[in-house]
Design a protein around this ligand. Structure first.
Ligand SMILES: [Zn+2]
Length: 333
């Protein structure tokens, strides 16, 4: 995984490619049931959990899907299943993507391990689509380096085995799995359209552009192609000043992709002449001194470094003018 939190670049068809990625991924606690399942995978064993009516569920669930009773509290509720099993359903992948488990064609399959009553979604490395069939027998193959993840099973292979589990060095000293880190990545392409492009063209030269509704006269920034109140085109462009009033704010102590180091301040600024507040960062001020009603001014990246991006507007900083009484902007809070 890269450490890049977010990025945008122009694609060959003039769309903009956006990538959102949380550096390091999401860290989550597993809870005792999933933790035990993952700890089992790390040791090269597949464990299901038994329900009060005797069914064995794989992957194990924390609650019985029928009665909602809590599951897995007692050791005897845990059942080792597999490592061989039966394919109950499958689909073929001719062209694996970069983040797929195998770099060659494979099948995604639902596999019911022997001794289980439900099926596990995993990969069958059969070599060819012709070798796949519902009802075929498969067995787990294991990675040498296992971390407590469903990916510790490298793939399922046709046949009954042998299911050799490579020894994991230092396993005896490892704590049970209780936390997992999940990568998170979102990639999408978009074409801005005329309104957004004109707004971005303004950003490239340090100008904030809004649109005005011909019917109600309200000014929207970032610009809207249509007035959300009237549903009519908002086609008149308005150059707005880069000053305004902070209508509300938050001190953020949780790191966020693309945001400054914590604690950082996000807030809504009502630009002078606008009728909607804009979500921005607030900086150049100790967080204890930030207040609603504070007058602020945009801080831009130096002219030579500007790009066609909203990131040209770094943040808003106190302008030093007197605070604005709440009554003057309460309509916009
Ligand atoms: Zn309107």
């Amino acid at each position: 995984m890269t450490t890049q939190a977010s990025s945008a670049s122009q694609t060959s068809d003039e769309r903009v490619l956006h990538v959102l990625e949380f550096p390091g991924g999401y860290t989550r606690s597993t809870g005792p049931v999933i933790g035990r399942f993952l700890t089992g995978l790390r040791s090269g064993r597949i464990y299901g959990v038994r329900t009060p009516d005797g069914k064995v569920l794989i992957p194990p669930t924390e609650y019985d899907p029928v009665t909602a009773a809590a599951l897995g509290a007692a050791d005897e509720d845990w059942v080792e299943v597999g490592p061989a099993g039966t394919v109950t359903s499958w689909t073929w992948v001719d062209e694996p993507r970069g983040d797929h488990p195998l770099d060659r064609p494979f099948a995604w399959a639902l596999i019911r391990p022997d001794g289980a009553d439900t099926a596990l979604l995993h990969v069958v490395d059969s070599g060819s689509k012709a070798a796949m069939a519902t009802g075929m027998r498969v067995h787990a193959t294991w990675r040498a380096e296992r971390t407590g993840s469903v990916k510790d099973i490298a793939a399922f292979a046709p046949g009954e085995g042998p299911a050799e589990v490579p020894v994991l060095a230092g396993e005896a000293e490892l704590e049970p799995v209780s936390v997992v880190t999940l990568p998170h990545r979102l990639e999408y392409r978009l074409r801005g359209g005329t309104v957004w492009n004109h707004f971005i063209d303004g950003m490239a030269v340090g100008q904030i552009r809004g649109t005005r509704c011909a019917a109600c006269g309200k000014v929207y920034v970032p610009p809207r192609g249509a007035c959300p109140a009237d549903g009519l085109p908002a086609t008149e462009w308005v150059d707005l000043p880069d000053t305004g009033v902070l209508t509300t704010f938050a001190v953020n102590n949780v790191p966020a992709a693309g945001a400054p180091e914590v604690p950082f301040i996000s807030g809504y600024v009502l630009l002078d002449g606008a009728d909607i507040a804009m979500l921005v960062l607030v900086s150049d001020v100790p967080w204890q001194d930030v207040r609603i009603g504070m007058r602020v001014r945009a801080v831009w990246v130096p002219e030579a470094e500007r790009t066609r991006s909203v990131k040209n507007l770094k943040w808003f900083a106190p302008s030093g003018e007197p605070d604005v009484p709440y009554e003057r902007f309460e309509e916009y809070v």
